[in-house]
Design a protein around this ligand. Structure first.
Ligand SMILES: Cc1cc2nc3c(=O)[nH]c(=O)nc-3n(C[C@H](O)[C@H](O)[C@H](O)COP(=O)(O)OP(=O)(O)OC[C@H]3O[C@@H](n4cnc5c(N)ncnc54)[C@H](O)[C@@H]3O)c2cc1C
Length: 448
């Protein structure tokens, strides 16, 4: 059997590895339009200040492919699939490539919002970051024009990580975010405010509630104009405003698509013998765009193409970690139950503003559904292990070091899980709200 995979990043590569693991006799051929073997995108921003080189990002070198008998074709853009003939075509080549099973691991591309001049100025002062070549182009541009000021449009994870590396490249960096808070998809208001302070303390400027209307400049970029009329100067504008699944190849070849390539629970598309995996996939109206989803799907799709349809895809819990040295931040699953349907939600929160620590655990009917861990990752392994599992409130109180304090005079309770302020942070002259007994008269209860 011959399996052809289009796309050579996390999803395509790990699918190939998993197929080889399940059956060494399968012939596997990969096509990718990029010029590098599998590399990780995670550390791409570090290429810009020159902290690392492109070779450092390459995960699997030629030997890995040889060893697994996987044929890798670089610089090979697939232009058309003919599902009925089970063939596909490569740009610049006349002969079709045949397959028994085809896997589309086409990934996604950066989204460029409808900002005046943004598309026209791409490569001439406006850039997005997705590939090694994008990073090298940004680095070269900064050097060539001796750029001093950068604007990063998008205060999500990638925008902040990029801003940090732009700062490391000795540019003045300003993050411009449309929403009223940073990381709008990963954090609640309170934690987002704490993160903003930390980001600003690193010398990165943050402008919130900022809708960019126009890239300003004639031939060369000299800034942006916001909808409220404010102008911010810059020599380079970097757009990190979300991603779009790559669907054009699938769409033009008659596969069902929406925001992504539509798949069933075995990751098969609307056309027989064609599967999809990774960022390009849409399952039950959802797309992902994170590595854990690629890894999980790559196991399922490998089994599916080999006819071992045992595991069904159930979606992947969102997991995101901000990678800025000195800033520990992970957001996983549900972080804001007010956005969810149904009842039974409970929140345990420890907000230590002085130490810049914020830990929030979200449960529904005693099942752990999500967490935000900022400034202190001690609870991380617990959260990863217990996600979607039964937990007790006491166990979570222990993990977050939250306690119940009892007034020795009247028995009133100060329950830290329900209060904004930790007991230790209450002023010394604080008194029992019930009987006015002094703070020292409270006793800490040990969690069971
Ligand atoms: C800077 C950066 C940092 C990131 N950090 C994290 C992180 O910390 N954690 C995390 O979970 N995720 C992170 N991500 C997201 C993660 O990289 C993606 O989820 C992952 O790369 C998706 O893998 P994929 O294989 O589905 O698609 P992609 O990585 O997009 O790869 C798809 C490949 O297919 C090729 N292709 C597309 N169409 C064709 C065609 N017609 N012919 C041939 N080849 C084609 C593309 O050129 C591309 O090489 C980050 C992304 C970026 C850009």
């Amino acid at each position: 059997m011959k399996v052809v995979i289009v796309g050579n990043n996390v999803a395509g590569t790990f699918t190939a590895q998993n197929i080889h693991f399940l059956n060494e006799d399968v012939e596997i051929e990969i096509f990718t339009q990029e010029r590098y073997p599998y590399y990780t995108r995670v550390n791409l921003p570090e290429l810009i200040p020159g902290k690392i080189q492109a070779e450092d990002l390459i995960v699997f070198k030629d030997d890995w492919y040889k060893d697994k008998n996987i044929k890798l074709n670089l610089n090979s853009k697939v232009t058309k699939i003919e599902p009925d003939q089970k063939v596909l075509f490569i740009e610049g080549q006349d002969d079709p490539v045949s397959y028994d099973k085809l896997i589309l691991a086409l990934g996604s591309v950066p989204n460029i919002p409808p900002i005046k001049n943004a598309r026209e100025m791409v490569g001439k002062g406006v850039f997005t970051l997705r590939t090694i070549d994008d990073a090298l182009e940004i680095k070269e541009f900064i050097q060539n024009v001796k750029a001093k000021k950068a604007i990063i449009i998008g205060g999500g994870l990638l925008g902040l990580e990029l801003a940090n590396q732009i700062k490391n490249a000795n540019l003045d960096a300003t993050v411009v975010e449309f929403f009223p808070r940073l990381l709008p998809r990963q954090l609640d208001d309170e934690c987002s405010g704490m993160l903003k302070n930390e980001i600003e303390s690193k010398g990165i400027n943050v402008v919130l509630n900022a809708a960019t209307e126009e890239i300003v400049g004639n031939g060369a970029v000299n800034g942006i104009k916001l909808k409220d009329g404010q102008k911010i100067d810059a020599d380079i504008v970097l757009i990190q405003a979300g991603i779009r699944a790559t669907i054009d190849l699938a769409q033009n070849s008659g596969l069902e698509t929406n925001r992504g390539i539509i798949v069933d629970e075995y990751l098969e598309t609307s056309k027989k013998n064609i599967f999809a995996v990774g960022d390009c996939v849409e399952y039950k109206n959802q797309t992902w765009g994170i590595i854990p989803a690629c890894m999980e799907q790559s196991k399922i799709v490998a089994a599916s193409v080999l006819g071992l349809k045992k595991i069904e895809y159930k979606g992947t819990t969102p997991k995101n970690t901000l990678k800025i040295v000195g800033l520990e931040l992970t957001s996983i699953g549900v972080f804001d139950p007010s956005q969810e349907v149904g009842g039974g939600w409970d929140i345990l929160k420890r907000a230590d503003k002085k130490d810049c620590c914020y830990q929030k655990l979200v449960l529904k009917d005693n099942t752990l559904k999500g967490a935000i861990l900022f400034g202190d990752n001690k609870a991380m392994s617990f959260v990863y292990k217990k996600m979607e599992q039964d937990v007790t409130r006491e166990e979570l109180m222990d993990i977050l070091e939250l306690y119940l304090y009892i007034c020795s005079n009247c028995g009133a309770e100060y329950d830290e899980t329900k209060r904004e302020i930790l007991f230790k942070d209450l002023p010394n002259d604080w008194k029992c709200l019930n009987c006015k007994h002094p703070k020292e008269g409270f006793k800490k209860q040990q969690n069971k």
